[in-house]
Design a protein around this ligand. Structure first.
Ligand SMILES: *[C@@H]1O[C@H](CO)[C@@H](O)[C@H](O)[C@H]1NC(C)=O
Ligand SMILES: *[C@@H]1O[C@H](CO)[C@@H](O)[C@H](O)[C@H]1NC(C)=O
Ligand SMILES: *[C@@H]1O[C@H](CO)[C@@H](O)[C@H](O)[C@H]1NC(C)=O
Ligand SMILES: *[C@@H]1O[C@H](CO)[C@@H](O)[C@H](O)[C@H]1NC(C)=O
Length: 406
């Protein structure tokens, strides 16, 4: 009896093991396919470097129309900004009628976009540029002047694709109380389903730390609330965005909001800091001024090809603050070819001497280094060992590309 019972126990245990193994196998297979599914969510091939272009909000807010958008596209071409990489022409809030049509479609506002978005997209594309549009993961957009896409994701994604839209900024106002991690992926899947690659910019304001989940959902994610045209706002966006530096990579970028350069609220040096920090932080470079009517200084800042090249470097590594002492800060990040991008930032009210040590910025201690000043457009004659020092004005910065030489 005893031996028969122990045989039964052995057989039962073997069966149990078999079942468990099957279960483990099945769940590991599920995990595997889930994982792949997630990884594929935003395999849209876009954003291999941070997006560059223009957006209507910072300068025009709701005062937009198709004529202005067309003139902006023309200006991006006539100024040569398109050739520097500024290719997205992005329409922000307020482009649609408050009420959908009887089939539930979004309708471009008849008084301001009478020709419709397909015609506008065709025009923008004919200039070699791309057209971006705006919606919201809620019932209305932030202006409350047009509907959001919550509950209409598939229909709206199809609409955008049918118009030939290339970029969607997706805002976070007037929602149903559910989490962004629930509402945003619905639009991601809807866009993927159209088969038309559309860059997805998550404008979630950093509320639920989108740097931690955004790469599965969008090509960029806001890490902060809205910027405004002031030093305090600009520099605090850069600070908040820096926290998430490790999460930026080709295909998915931290977004400290759009540029204010040229809108008049900061000094030239402050705008140079703005462009330097956005560049070294691998932030989207979306011009926010009236490009039809830029000053010489504005155009010079946003046209700096050496600073743009830092932003567009194929390595795609976001810089970090590596040292802070009083009002002086050192921001550094690796570039391709063993180079290092460096910003020496003076946040204070008086001129300062700032030194960056190799040890802090990821250059081997003994290295001899060639320094390119990317605002002066000069390769410095002296080579540097161990550190580099510069005098930096009030609310200003120096920016270098450092190249170790053997
Ligand atoms: C701009 O932002 C700063 C800092 O975030 C804030 O103190 C200021 O009130 C804002 N200004 C306007 C006009 O909204
Ligand atoms: C162009 O910009 C200047 C200031 O830079 C401003 O005074 C002028 O009104 C602007 N013109 C138009 C047409 O917006
Ligand atoms: C590099 O040099 C600095 C200053 O001389 C020193 O503190 C640091 O330990 C050195 N780092 C390495 C990795 O040797
Ligand atoms: C910079 O490096 C040089 C050469 O190694 C050294 O003599 C100097 O003390 C360093 N300066 C600072 C401020 O660390």
């Amino acid at each position: 009896m005893r031996s028969r019972r122990s045989w039964i126990v052995v057989i039962l245990m073997m069966l149990l093991c078999l079942l468990m193994e099957m279960g483990v196998y099945a769940s590991s297979r599920n995990m595997h396919s889930d994982d792949q599914h997630k990884r594929n969510l935003l395999a849209n091939g876009l954003g291999t470097t941070p997006p560059m272009g223009w957006n209507s909000w910072n300068h025009f807010s709701c005062n937009i129309d198709e004529q202005m958008i067309k003139e902006t596209a023309d200006a991006l071409v006539s100024t040569g900004l398109n050739e520097l990489g500024y290719t997205y022409v992005n329409i922000d809030d307020c482009w649609a009628e408050l009420v959908r049509d009887d089939k539930g479609n979004l309708v471009p506002k008849k008084s301001t976009f009478p020709s419709g978005m397909k015609t506008l997209a065709d025009y923008v594309h004919s200039k070699g540029l791309k057209l971006g549009i705006y919606s919201d993961a809620g019932y209305f957009t932030c202006s409350k002047k047009m509907p959001g896409s919550l509950g209409h994701e598939e229909q709206d994604a199809q609409t955008f694709a049918s118009w030939g839209i290339d970029y969607l900024k997706y805002d976070n106002c007037n929602d149903d109380g559910s989490k962004p991690t629930v509402r945003y992926p619905v639009m991601t899947r809807a866009l993927m389903k159209t088969g038309h690659p559309i860059f997805l910019s998550l404008c979630e304001w950093g509320d639920l730390h989108p740097a931690l989940w955004g790469d599965k959902v969008g090509n960029s994610w806001r890490t902060t609330g809205d910027i405004n045209d002031s030093w305090d706002s600009m520099i605090s966006r850069a600070d908040l965005n820096e926290i998430y530096a490790d999460h930026a990579r080709p295909g998915g970028w931290n977004d400290p909001d759009m540029l204010e350069i040229g809108n008049g609220g900061m000094t030239k040096n402050e705008y140079i800091v703005h462009f330097s920090l956005w560049s070294i932080s691998k932030a989207p470079l979306l011009i926010g001024c009236d490009v039809r009517n830029m000053t010489k200084d504005t155009k010079e800042i946003i046209s700096n090809t050496e600073v743009i090249a830092v932003n567009q470097d194929p390595l795609g590594a976001q810089a970090k603050k590596v040292r802070m002492e009083g009002d002086s800060e050192i921001w550094a990040g690796p570039l391709s070819g063993y180079r290092v991008a460096l910003v020496l930032l003076n946040r204070g009210p008086v001129r300062l001497s700032i030194t960056a040590n190799w040890d802090d910025i990821g250059i081997p201690n003994g290295s001899l280094v060639e320094a390119r000043d990317v605002w002066e457009h000069k390769t410095l004659k002296t080579h540097f060992v161990g550190n580099i020092t510069a005098t930096v004005d009030y609310h200003s910065c120096k920016m270098y590309v450092l190249k170790p030489i053997s």
